[in-house]
Design a protein. Sequence first.
Length: 275
Amino acid sequence: MADMFDFLADPSAYVALLTLVVMEIVLGIDNLVFISILSNKLPEGQRATARRIGIGLALVLRLGLLSTVAFIVQLTEPLFELFGHGFSWRDLILIAGGLFLVWKATKEIHHSVDPEDHKDTMVSKAATVTMSAVIMQILLLDLVFSVDSIITAVGMTDEIGIMVIAVVVAVLVMLLAADPLSRFIEANPTVVMLALGFLLMIGMTLIADGMGFHVPKGYIYAAMAFSGLVEVLNILAKRKRRLDRERAAPAAAEGASAAPHKVPAQVHGAPPTVT
């Protein structure tokens, strides 16, 4: 165990550690978004528990995969070739996970926009799903994101200790960010639709990666960041309009009460109005 952390004596190893920590945090965004919007379907008292269980399972899966690095390396070896591309276990896992994300996001978007569909969705406030169903879906995606995360870590460094520290730090950041992110999503329903769009895009990216068409993740996260910034500006603009209406309402009411009452005009030949 002591040999695992011998790299601490090497100053250059800290650069690799910092780089990998940032990479693992970025890769955890996808996992965190899915956990947040899925846990919000549960009753209020179960949401935090579901998020902690989901993130805890992500940590267990990542550390478990790190303990079998030799097996992880074998996941990238081709099993068969189709259409000129050699498919490995990693490719098949990414394709399966991508298909699940596309199906899940498409289903939720359809339920949200179809006026004839009255089922509860991630956007709705009602929650009819069970804790076990949510945990199973989170576990399935945890496996997909964990495999992708650990394979990325193995490709960046040979030091197991660096990988362990990076994974633990990234999961702790996910744990700290989970509740604020979930509250923000719940308070802003339009963000849920944006997050579902992100999941749809991430699912297609996983499928493309599994099929041998690598999409640089920088492009994906840059698009997500830009879309998120635009949504934040929309939220701020909506809040400003609401505050303006609230400020204008008392002034309008005061002006209406202070306005003089007009006496109706006397019609020629009509008897005078008695007051």
